[in-house]
Design a protein around this ligand. Structure first.
Ligand code: ZN
Length: 519
């Protein structure tokens, strides 16, 4: 089925220019495979003329078979005064051996005369020569018109002449780029409409997010006739980033109702977004539109009550359609409905008239008042609910512990000993670690694994500390959030105390108790 709007991913090129983003060749290959499986039509792998890592990427990528995507190498028009066949940077584009080559060239006279120091005609020749040369080598050529909007606003006649030069030389697409990211959606719409009318080839759009309009501007261009959109997963890119594909895709497919992806792909959007963040070693942004953890989270009591009755009442779309899930947040604002929904999510059978509900609610509010927060600590929350519902003894009890730290020349050593009791048997263990919490974790685990071998799989993955009352300095209360995994599921637990070690131990104990409760 032919798409109405084609998707072009530049995470590996424009996206990798973002601050804090650094992909290895292996990272790039894994991302390319994932994006291909998702169904995106073009993957821009890099700029072979700008760095050796990208040359290596294309050498490796040659061996891969992509199912949906066509690989593109990125470069620029030939240099001023150099015949195209002698331009090394253009040669490297052929060497990349990709079916698609994307080159950028100048629309804006300011850049032609002041930056390139070329004449307007020479710039037109640079565009035409390069495209013709690539077409002669059987490439599918996408022409990125750099500063297309700023250039057109400055001199419409010359701007149009550069795009027409690309068309005449045989480009398959002209992509209008808002390189500085400063245009308004109305301007983007108007200028894209002119290009769509005056050119006989397809028009694409490439936007940046400098004014927070990256996605909106791409949509404005599509409304005005563009049929190809360029962007990056999670909006990575220079400065404030590129058009975020993770937002623009569901807007095109679910709001504008234009075909752009295979039907089965849309529900994998959140997974794709998380995957790319994980490879880039960036924490997934909970407030990211569509795919963030908070995108369908309900906190206010009246919202939750309404969502329980009619899901549509406070949600713009079914979260499952893009692979996200509805979440109900627990907080001071929460009424009974929140607890009931959250308890259901955690596997408890509970309803609005369960007698223990009031006690659970009171207990949660009291703990929140003391500084606990359960939004990311569903493990601890489940234990609070269970304690009240089931009146069960915990699977183990800590009878005592000791933590010490010493410095031996340059090396600091932490040691912890823990005394735990399981079914009347007391176990005493000692362990070392790189920090007091790590040592405590090791000692506790060593003691419990004898009774509960399944704990071998449980691992601590993240540890976050927040000081609750900063005015109190070191005497303030400390909240510790611990994230754990058993290889399949992740969960969070929380501890609060004046003493950071005590707060950490609470969260550790909850993490292990929750792991035992789930199995
Ligand atoms: Zn760009």
């Amino acid at each position: 089925m032919k798409p109405e709007v084609e998707l072009y991913d530049t995470t590996l090129r424009d996206g990798s220019q973002g601050e804090g983003i650094n992909f290895s060749v292996m990272d790039k290959l894994r991302i390319a495979e994932k994006i291909d499986a998702f169904g995106i039509h073009y993957i821009e792998g890099g700029w072979p003329g700008s760095n050796p890592k990208d040359i290596e990427f294309f050498a490796e990528a040659k061996r891969k078979k992509f199912k949906h995507a066509r690989l593109a190498a990125f470069g620029s028009t030939r240099r001023k005064g150099v015949p195209v066949e002698n331009d090394d940077q253009v040669r490297l584009l052929l060497d990349a051996n990709t079916p698609v080559v994307t080159i950028y060239g100048k629309t804006w006279l300011l850049h032609v005369t002041e930056v390139l120091r070329a004449t307007p005609d020479e710039n037109l020749a640079m565009i035409a020569d390069t495209i013709r040369f690539l077409k002669d080598h059987n490439k599918f050529v996408i022409y990125d018109a750099e500063h297309a909007f700023d250039g057109y606003k400055d001199d419409p006649e010359y701007g149009l002449a550069t795009w027409q030069a690309a068309e005449k030389a045989g480009a398959d697409f002209v992509v209008l780029c808002d390189t500085n990211g400063g245009s308004l959606s109305t301007e983007i719409g108007k200028i894209t409409a002119v290009a769509s009318k005056k050119l006989n080839i397809k028009v694409g759009i490439h936007t940046h997010n400098d004014t927070g309009l990256g996605v909106a501007n791409a949509l404005a261009a599509i409304e005005a006739g563009a049929t190809h959109v360029q962007g990056t997963i999670n909006g990575y890119g220079e400065r404030t980033g590129n058009c975020n594909l993770t937002s623009v895709i569901p807007n095109i497919a679910l709001k504008m109702k234009k075909r752009c992806l295979p039907d089965s792909s849309m529900s994998k959007l959140k997974e794709l977004s998380q995957f790319v963040d994980e490879i880039a070693n960036i924490r997934h942004d909970p407030r990211q539109p569509w795919v963030g953890e908070a995108a369908f989270a309900h906190k206010g009591g009246t919202h939750v009550n309404a969502v329980q009755k009619v899901v549509r009442s406070y949600e713009h779309i079914d979260p499952a359609s893009i692979g996200n899930t509805r979440r109900v947040l627990i907080s001071d604002l929460a009424g009974r409905s929140n607890i009931v929904m959250k308890a259901h999510e955690l596997g408890f059978k509970i309803s609005n008239d369960t007698p223990e509900l009031k006690e659970i609610l009171t207990r949660i509010k009291q703990l929140e008042h003391e500084g606990y927060e359960f939004e990311a600590a569903e493990g601890s929350l489940a234990l609070v609910i269970r304690k009240i519902l089931k009146h069960q003894e915990p699977p183990f009890k800590i009878e005592g512990y000791h933590v010490s730290m010493r410095r031996d020349r340059a090396i600091s050593v932490c040691q912890a000993s823990v005394k735990v009791q399981v079914d009347g048997i007391t176990e005493h263990t000692i362990a070392e670690g790189d920090g007091p919490v790590n040592a405590l974790d090791q000692a506790l685990r060593a003691a419990l694994v004898k009774f509960y071998p399944s704990l071998k799989k449980v691992q601590l993955t993240d540890y976050k500390v927040r000081i609750l009352d900063s005015a109190g300095g070191t005497g303030a209360r400390t909240r510790v959030l611990i994230e754990s995994t058993d290889g399949k599921n992740e969960w969070g637990t929380v501890g609060v105390h004046d003493n950071i070690i005590e707060a950490s131990l609470q969260a550790l104990v909850d993490s292990i108790e929750y792991a035992l409760m789930r199995k």
